[in-house]
Design a binder for this molecule. Structure first.
Ligand code: S3P
Length: 423
């Protein structure tokens, strides 16, 4: 695909539903008693993989154009699948399912694509084993994973990394455990699981960074409306912030405080972003308007990292256009995402003439000289593809993106929306 910079971006758009919340809506809807109507569901490949796994365990799920309807089978109603469950490219599906499956009375195998087979699962295997789960994985750390029936008991577990996937896997296993399950986070990670549990009537308490779940008798199905994904909005926020003359609004974006690190960082870089039409139900939502204004470098590290972990590739693009130095540190987790996102962004930004230095736990970008267009690789990673497309919009000259279809993992209509804005 060729991308030619076309001048300012204008308009008002909506982005697809939040990926993290979409996965959880299907999972908890499947385990609830009653019917769950989900609106705003993300029809991306990752979330469709979650639907597929639950269908294989006997959960009736209807996908309509404007909603997904899950006929919950109850906490103890999942059936043994006839074949291995395939989680595709989705880390969230794989890790959260580990938690749920470790409490089932049947044996099941989980596997995913080449990227999933390289992602660390030992971080999930260890605490689940401590809870009594019986799990085998390749080299004790990788897919395929096989889970055998076992009796679980609650534990208190201090997470070695601030990972919402890990936290959620333990809490989901806690649904099936004898006694309380407590998770202690090193820094707050996205809390969508905890919020949705509360909505479904599960007794879960958060005190600072300590989360405690009491196993429920059952979950009560409730209808779920999913806000726009701030991780998808991030591409347009950045595009509006770096393409001179742009002004655009993204409506209905989820602004859960555990996800809004991107807003804090872009503002610290000098971006003009305003919020309007705020409303707060199960998850806070608002419209975001960005107007072009020159950016300057900043430092990003510490407890903000889990609040913007998926946005770091596009933040690196913003940094390339910002005057001065941007330092990203404490972001080692980026190495074990859909690709090694530190290595991928450093290599691709260099191709565009950006002064970028890869470090042990992040990167240093010395920005301010407009990058030039280049032929970019995506590393099979949806967020790398979209980040480079944003860079291409504001670069000097045309760019090429190999394998652009990878955006279908989280944002099938990404390029259509970009075009609609005049990109
Ligand atoms: C997610 C958590 C994050 C994030 C991923 C989705 C989730 O991963 O990178 O895209 O839905 O819980 P970690 O929690 O492992 O950092």
């Amino acid at each position: 695909m060729q991308i030619q910079p076309l001048g300012p971006l204008h308009g008002s758009i909506m982005v697809p539903g939040d990926k993290s919340i979409s996965h959880r809506a299907v999972m908890l809807g499947a385990l609830a008693s009653g019917t769950t109507h989900i609106t705003g569901f993300l029809m991306g490949e990752d979330c469709l993989a979650t639907i597929d796994c639950f269908r294989k365990m006997g959960v009736p799920i209807e996908v309509r154009e404007d909603e997904v309807i899950v006929e919950g089978v109850g906490l103890h109603g999942l059936a043994a699948p006839e074949e291995a469950l395939y989680t595709g490219n989705s880390g969230t599906t794989t890790r959260l399912l580990c938690g749920i499956l470790s409490g089932q009375p049947f044996t099941v195998t989980l596997n995913g694509d080449a990227s999933i087979q390289k992602r660390p699962m030992g971080r999930v295997i260890r605490p689940l084993r401590e809870m009594g789960a019986s799990i085998e994985g390749k080299n004790d750390n990788y897919c395929p994973l096989t889970l055998y029936p076992s009796e679980l008991h609650g534990i208190e577990y201090r997470l070695p990394v601030a990972s919402a996937q890990l936290k959620s896997a333990i809490l989901l296993a806690g649904l099936y455990a004898e006694g309380q399950t407590t998770v202690i986070e090193p820094a707050p990670s996205r809390d969508h699981t905890e919020r949705m549990f509360r909505t479904l009537g599960v007794e879960i308490e958060t005190h600072g960074n300590i989360i405690t779940l009491n196993p429920p008798e059952d979950l009560h199905a409730v209808d779920i409306t999913i806000p726009g994904d701030i991780s998808s909005a991030a591409f347009f926020l950045t595009a509006g912030a770096i393409v001179p003359g742009s002004e655009l609004t993204i409506r209905g974006v989820g602004v859960n405080p555990t996800r809004t690190g991107i807003l804090d960082v872009l503002r610290a870089m000098g971006a003009d972003i305003t919020e309007s039409n705020f409303c707060d139900e199960a998850e806070p939502v608002c419209d975001l308007t960005v107007r072009y204004r020159p950016l300057h470098g900043t430092e990003i590290g510490g407890s903000i990292i889990p609040r913007l972990i998926d946005e770091l590739p596009v933040i690196a693009v913003a940094a390339a256009f910002a005057e001065g130095e941007t330092v990203i540190r404490d972001a080692q987790e980026l190495k074990v995402k859909e690709s090694n996102r530190i290595a991928a962004m450093a290599a691709e930004l260099s191709k565009a003439g950006v002064n970028v230095e890869e470090t042990e736990d992040g990167m240093i970008i010395r920005g301010g000289t407009t990058p030039h267009g280049a032929a970019f690789e995506t590393y099979g990673d949806h967020r790398i593809a979209m980040s480079l497309a944003v860079l291409a919009l504001a670069a000097n000259g045309a760019s090429r993106i190999h394998d652009p279809d990878v955006v279908a993992i989280s944002y099938p209509d990404f390029f259509d929306t970009l075009q609609q804005l005049g990109g």
